[in-house]
Design a protein around this ligand. Structure first.
Ligand code: GDP
Ligand code: MG
Length: 367
């Protein structure tokens, strides 16, 4: 009898030992997977995967009134134009020195030499007839002239109309760090707020973190992200995204891209190919070039390079909240012949606004 008891107790102990080993190794494996999120992605050869959004998504702010809310950020204390205007209208007489100072202010706000000369000539003609300053009139004429330079008549609507029952396809291009991924995320939120169905394509496959960043934006507003493994062919990820967008019947596919500028030809090949490959199945309805407003003349140089690579249909100026150089809007539109359609005024999720000439100039002038 004693032996049987010993056997049973021994057996129970052995079972407990085996069970705890099984549980322990299971936990270890779970941990390893959590530490290495890449492993849940498809393997290299299979290339493309989809990140499904979770429940409990956010409801974004509608785009309509955003410029009103955000334009204060343009008129921060560092805003050159607001200061220049204040200086101009505080003088009793408009002498040569005053005009020179004002001209320098306009140039420093990146308005460009041509537009600055035009603006100062008009102001001088209208204001300085008797050399006496009339502050209210100066402000009115300056506003009117700036609005006309920014051009209220340009069509700033986004190409969001797909044809033949296919989704609209928006490609977002630009140098790294300008704010492409952030803009795609913010734009997805705007579209979701407008009750559009959206799919994101993470065609910046250069760094795994880039796709991760985009998928995070998507998850927050309940939008799927099609992504490839690190180093996958960007064109094939873009293609898969549009293909899936067509299959699911979404309204808009937003394609984020990489913007390495080390060789212009490499970039040309890559971006050109992404667009061509997408257009095998659906027209690209909008190509948004993202420019960082704080980079000034450098941004213009970049803009020219991208213009040569893909036909840009709209511009996005980011980081205008941290820049006293709002005049760049005028220069870059003239340079590329393409309207600024959206502006970024902060790192917050709803800090992207549709561009509108009057509201923008009011912001610049601190009104
Ligand atoms: P990408 O490399 O072109 O995709 O650039 P990202 O979207 O990753 O953005 C680069 C950095 O710029 C991030 O830290 C963003 O938060 C920041 N950023 C983007 N847009 C704006 C903006 O409008 N204002 C400010 N202040 N920061 C921005
Ligand atoms: Mg990016």
């Amino acid at each position: 009898m004693e032996h049987i008891f010993e056997l049973i107790i021994g057996g129970v102990l052995l079972c407990l030992l085996i069970a705890s080993i099984v549980i322990w190794t299971g936990n270890r494996r779970g941990l390893r997977e959590a530490e290495r999120p890449d492993e849940v992605l498809p393997e290299k050869g299979t290339e493309v995967g989809v990140v499904q959004p979770e429940q409990g998504v956010e409801v974004p702010e509608a785009a309509g009134s955003r410029l009103v809310r955000l334009r204060r950020r343009l008129s921060g204390s560092n805003n050159a134009l607001a200061r220049g205007l204040a200086d101009l209208i505080s003088r009793d007489r408009l002498d040569e020195d005053t005009w020179d100072d004002f001209e320098a202010t306009l140039i420093s706000s990146d308005l460009g030499v041509g537009p600055t000369t035009e603006l100062v000539d008009t102001l001088r003609r209208e204001l300085a007839i008797d050399g006496v300053n009339d502050p209210a009139r100066a402000a009115t004429v300056l506003r009117r002239e700036l609005v006309s330079l920014v051009d209220p008549d340009m069509d700033r609507s986004l190409g969001l109309q797909g044809s033949d029952g296919k989704p609209a396809v928006v490609m977002v291009v630009g140098v790294n760090g300008t704010g492409k991924t952030t803009t795609v995320g913010k734009l997805a939120r705007v579209l979701v707020a407008e009750n559009k169905t959206v799919l994101l394509g993470a065609a910046d496959t250069f760094r795994a973190a880039a796709a991760e960043q985009l998928a995070t934006w998507g998850e927050r507003v309940g939008v799927e992200t099609v992504r490839g493994v690190e180093g996958a062919d960007p064109a094939s990820v873009a293609y898969k995204a549009v293909e899936q967008g067509i299959a699911q019947g979404v309204d808009v596919v937003l394609v984020d891209t990489a913007g390495r500028l080390h060789t212009k030809t490499g970039l040309m090949d890559e971006l050109g190919k992404v667009k061509r490959v997408i257009e095998k199945i659906a027209p690209v309805t909008e190509v948004l070039l993202v420019l960082d407003a704080t980079t000034g003349q450098n941004g213009l140089v970049q803009a020219r390079i991208f213009r040569d690579v893909v036909d840009c249909t709209g511009l996005v100026l980011t980081k205008l909240d941290g820049s006293a150089k709002g005049g760049i809007v005028v220069q870059v539109q003239r340079e590329l012949g393409v309207p600024v359609k959206l502006i970024g005024l902060g790192e917050g999720v709803d800090d992207l606004a549709p561009f509108e000439a009057g509201g923008f100039v009011d912001g610049l002038l601190g009104q």
